[in-house]
Write a protein that binds this ligand. Sequence first.
Ligand code: SF4
Ligand code: SF4
Length: 447
Amino acid sequence: MGQEVAAAIGVLMLLVACWFVFTSIREGERRAALRLVLLMVPAAFLFFIPLFLHAHAGGLMGWIMTGILIAVVFFILWPDTGRSMEDEGVPDRVDERTVMFSRVELVKGTERFHSYYRMHPEHFQADEQFREYPGLLQSGARFEHPWIFAAAQSTFDTVKLLHQQVDGPLHSTRTKADADKITRFLTEWCRTMGAHSVGITLLKPHHLYTYGGRAHNYGKKTENHHRYAIVFTVEMNYDRVQMAPKSPITLESSARYLHAGEIAVQLALMIRKLGYPARAHIDGNYQVRCPQIARDAGLGELGRMSLLITPTAGPRVRIGVVTTDIPLVITPRKPDSSVIDFCRICKKCADACPSQAIPFDDIKKQFGARQWIINQEKCFTYWCQTGTDCGRCISVCPYAHPDNAMHRMIRFFIRKSSRMRRAALWFDDLIYGRKPSQRPLAPWMNI
Ligand code: SF4
Ligand code: SF4
């Protein structure tokens, strides 16, 4: 009997191996598929060994192997609470003029340039370093690809065309409806337009920049008294993210910024047509810090790389926001300590980051909240060297795998068990590599 039970487990393991290998091939992860075959098939065949032994010895061996396997599986998968979410604190407010996208727009010799470095002399040296390199999507950058750079730049330019629509006059008549129905309608409409996830939270002071840092908003105190923020994510294409840090990553991020911009502007226009104030926050024209709002609206947690980690696409998303006064129902947030716990042990993004901008140390309270903060100067300087927005951290993150049955099952157990988090990380390193290789450009990009 023990022999038959062990053999049945062997067959089950072969079926699981086939499922995993088939899924990996569909994901384009051929190396992972090969490693899965080399690991799982011999492991499955071990369970057929008792069949070839003498009945008594084979039976005993079959039961022992079955017992050990069941014990190990139960030990790893048995739910535990792990470390609970500690007090998260409230992050300090940020002046948008201090973010790199604002600093890169400072022009030497202008009053704005001098006044910024009088205010922040500590940034001058680091900023002089990124200015030595060609810059984002600029000719002469390491990963220059004239066609892709032109496509990405024109996509960013198209987003700029939307800037004039982020806010505007309201319709004189206010259409009344109850908050439940409006929330359901707006959420579903947002999804229909292509949003991956949608949430609503109260707009809090720490969500807002203190002062604007881009274009005509530069140096203006942020005035936004809306009560709510509708926040949504759009998913980035897995294949193009895997080509990071080469140019397709920027092609992809520009396309998602445009997509998020279209949804946000359309949503804000629609709400204003109903007679309620609404302002879209899109690339290059934000009053808000999107990841913090998305976290507070229950769309995910902020991980080691300071980005939003969503439950089904990890950091492989871009975020759009609409702030408004239309009556809405808040999305309850259920903090997920398993993400922070996983980030504590994982550090894969920190290992793979070409500029060493991501911290290796534990999460700690800084600038008001328990958080990891990346070195934005190092990260941006790398972008200016390569001409792309890198995204290598996003591509290697175990949470960024495609949302299919295999990864969904693994994510389910990762949420439940701290031992599974360790086992899954070990397995991820083994199958995909500690520093997964970058995918080559798609054939249509080779022009
Ligand atoms: S790569 Fe690992 S440490 Fe980095 S954000 Fe993803 S899960 Fe967290
Ligand atoms: S985008 Fe690139 S350089 Fe910046 S933190 Fe991520 S991996 Fe590092």
